[in-house]
Design a binder for this molecule. Structure first.
Ligand code: UD1
Ligand code: CA
Length: 467
């Protein structure tokens, strides 16, 4: 069984809705040339998280609101579309920009691109609560010990919704209102028709001179506004700077690892293990400390990875062992072994039971089933057949620096190179060929032959006694 961070429709029976993810603005507190919502969080851009949560919860359409000139293509999961908010005139303006893509009878869920930990289950629940209340709008709230900076939920005497007051800038809230601990999470559900009616009524008559989306709730009060209070603080954990990004990352990472552990993966030290949301892991695989698995990496069942392994976009098959190694777009076949201290670069492919041992670098090469490259080797642009053994410090001289060209080295099955063999490509060692230790092999070695290419030894007698 394999597990991964998402992509499955978790609630097949939910009524479809349209999600609007507000993600415009640069996010100045990140102090970055990259827009805030494109910062990476466990292998995905931050904005992809709420989009995927919405899709998992059953969104039929997800519209991401972005600033002019910000290209979200490639950052968004399949199926999401974008809408450009011409100027950063507030959350009301953000939703307005998405409305041309919203159907007249849709249920609209509004999320924020910088609140990435919202769970699909939480979205599912608020949509259900909204339907049950038959409300025109539903706002998700929570109580915080420190509500500073959030919009406060003002209720009437009988406890029904009255309005939301903003507190980011002085002037919107009174000191009584500032004492309220129930805050607006920034997550809402609207009937599209109600939203359509309310948006043109928003004003900029407030401390930030922006269109506040929460004002739409005040406008819709007579048509029914429901309050859906939750007690999961993660739904509000927003990312405004890189300190908060690290806090959110730690929570997201913990969730990813826990899902894998529940599915049968041993994570010896979760605190020092980093697994992207995009990685798949097989059952009974064991991750040792200080291991980082990134991107499209997949690990099969019963594999042993770590300590100190970084794998990027790599495949590690069932029963393989990888210790103290760096892998990039590499492929480790079933029961193959790697490390300690190995570097597998793009298109290094170890077939079943093959070995890349200590201080070994392999690039763009096939290492045949059961073949071994045990010590101190550089193997580039080579094909090694099955059952071969490369002596310590066998090196491919694959680069012709004059022609700036890479040449291939081909080794057949059952080839044995002596220690310190240099293979000057292009060159072929046929099946069962041998090379003598210290040889510089620049010509092909026929099947079953021994290639010797070195100076004969000469002993100078009495050398030590010479004057
Ligand atoms: C907003 C709410 C506040 C709530 C808080 C919860 C308003 C006026 N206030 O405040 O009541 O407690 O969220 O986190 O809505 N965005 C745009 N275009 C804009 C402005 C913002 O797309 O013109 C996006 C941002 O990228 C962000 C989201 O909307 O993802 C929220 O905007 P932000 O400025 O962070 O609102 P808050 O001040 O946090
Ligand atoms: Ca915010």
């Amino acid at each position: 069984m394999r597990t991964s961070g998402g992509g499955v429709l978790a609630f097949p029976h939910v009524t479809p809705f349209t999600a609007v993810v507000m993600a415009a603005g640069q996010g100045t507190r990140m102090r970055s040339s990259t827009p805030k919502v494109l910062h990476e969080l466990c292998g995905r851009p931050m904005v992809a998280w709420p989009v995927l949560a919405a899709q998992e919860a059953g969104a039929q359409r997800v519209v991401v609101v972005t600033s002019p000139g910000v290209d979200l293509d490639g950052a968004l999961p399949e199926g999401a579309t974008t809408a450009v908010q011409p100027e950063p005139n507030g959350t009301g303006g953000a939703v307005e920009a998405a409305m041309p893509q919203v159907g007249a009878d849709d249920v609209v869920v509004v999320l924020s691109g910088d609140v990435p930990l919202i769970a699909s289950s939480a979205i599912h629940e608020v949509v259900a609560a909204h339907r049950e209340a038959r409300a025109a709008a539903t706002v998700v709230t929570t109580e915080l010990g420190d509500p500073a900076g959030y919009g406060r939920v003002v209720r009437t005497q009988d406890g029904t919704f009255d309005r939301i007051v903003e507190t980011k800038r002085e002037g919107d809230a009174t000191s009584d209102e500032l004492a309220i601990r129930e805050i607006n999470t920034g997550i809402y559900v609207f009937e599209a028709s109600a939203l359509q009616d309310a948006l043109p009524q928003l004003t900029t008559n407030n401390a930030q001179q922006e269109l506040y989306l929460p004002q739409a709730l005040t406008v819709l009060k007579d048509r029914g506004v429901a309050v859906h209070q939750v007690d999961d603080p993660a739904v509000v954990l927003g990312v405004n700077d890189r300190v908060q990004l690290a806090e959110v990352r730690a929570i997201a990472q913990r969730r990813i690892l826990e899902e894998h552990m529940r599915n049968g993966v041993t994570v010896v030290d979760p605190a020092s293990t980093y697994v992207d949301a995009t990685v798949t892991l097989g059952q009974d695989t064991r991750l040792e400390p200080q291991t980082a698995l990134h991107g499209a990496t997949t690990v099969g069942a019963g594999a042993h990875v770590g300590p100190q392994v970084t794998a990027v976009d790599s495949t590690i098959e069932d029963g393989a062992t990888v210790r103290v190694a760096w892998l990039e777009q590499a492929h480790v076949g079933p029961r193959a072994t790697v490390g300690p201290f190995a570097f597998l670069r793009p298109n290094a492919h170890l077939h079943e039971g093959a070995k890349a041992g200590t201080f070994v670098e392999i690039k763009n090469s096939e290492i045949g089933a059961g073949s071994k490259v045990p010590h101190l080797s550089y193997i580039g642009d080579a094909t090694v057949g099955p059952g071969s053994n490369l002596g310590a410090a066998t090196i491919t001289a694959n680069y012709d620096s004059k022609r700036k060209a890479k040449n291939r080295t081909t080794l057949g099955a059952g080839v044995k190179t002596g220690v310190d063999t240099t293979l000057v490509a292009p060159v072929t060692l046929h099946d069962r060929a041998y090379t003598a230790a210290g040889s510089v092999i620049s010509e092909d070695v026929p099947e079953g032959a021994l290639g010797i290419a070195r100076e004969r030894q000469q002993n100078i007698e009495g050398y030590a006694d010479r004057p």
